[in-house]
Design a protein around this ligand. Structure first.
Ligand SMILES: N[C@@H](CCC(=O)N[C@@H](CSCO)C(=O)NCC(=O)O)C(=O)O
Ligand SMILES: [Zn+2]
Ligand SMILES: [Zn+2]
Length: 189
């Protein structure tokens, strides 16, 4: 049987709404959940196979997107948040009780500084941007996924209409490279 990629992918992708205004994300605690409110839709929403992005139980991939950090505020139970891995580039604020990641923020100089990483599935509302591509697909092998089965995973993504990459999408990799080229003086600022 094919493994669960993610509950939002397994039964086909539901398109989001371009006019969706954002909403509240909540952790999985039954009582006193941490709540984060977003005042915009997510951008660059994608499946991520990396070892650090939060995945729901049983899923092989995370679904993660970004919002400008000015569009995100913690609106309830902020005292339950702690950084999951202080050494990671993306400082992921996780609920200390249920382990769910509410948002990830980059504090250092980085092409994605100013963007927060979030999981729109933590919202009950409909209209969040649908996943656009699958990133870091080969990274699931590092976490124990059978390399002989990875072709089937890529095929499943393609059936869903998502391209698979082993880093980010070409558009995002180009944006990173442009930022780096400007920083090192090889491109005009
Ligand atoms: N194979 C490694 C690396 C994965 C990786 O570089 N992940 C990216 C994307 S996460 C969201 O798309 C990244 O920027 N990581 C920095 C961080 O997570 O702090 C692995 O699987 O861990
Ligand atoms: Zn929680
Ligand atoms: Zn990731």
């Amino acid at each position: 049987m094919a493994p669960s990629l993610h509950p939002l992918l397994d039964n086909g992708i539901t398109p989001g709404s371009p006019s969706f205004p954002g909403g509240a994300l909540k952790c999985l605690c039954k009582s006193s959940p941490v709540e984060v409110t977003l005042t915009s839709n997510v951008l660059h929403n994608h499946a991520c196979g990396c070892s650090k992005c939060w995945k729901p139980a049983g899923a092989l991939f995370s679904i993660v997107g970004v919002v400008p950090k000015a569009n995100l505020s913690v609106t309830a139970n902020a005292d339950k948040l702690a950084i999951a891995d202080e050494s990671a580039v993306i400082q992921r604020y996780a609920c200390k009780e249920c382990g769910t990641h509410l948002y990830g923020r980059i504090e250092k100089e980085h092409p994605f500084h100013g963007l927060d990483f979030v999981h729109a599935e933590l919202s009950d509302e409909k209209g969040w941007q649908e996943p656009q591509f699958a990133a870091f697909v080969s990274s699931v092998i590092e976490q124990g996924f059978d390399p002989a089965q990875i072709g089937g995973v890529r095929e499943r993504f393609r059936e869903l209409g998502l391209e698979t990459y082993d880093a980010l999408s070409p558009g995002l990799m180009d944006a990173i490279a442009t930022w780096t080229g400007k920083k090192n003086g090889k491109l005009p600022a």
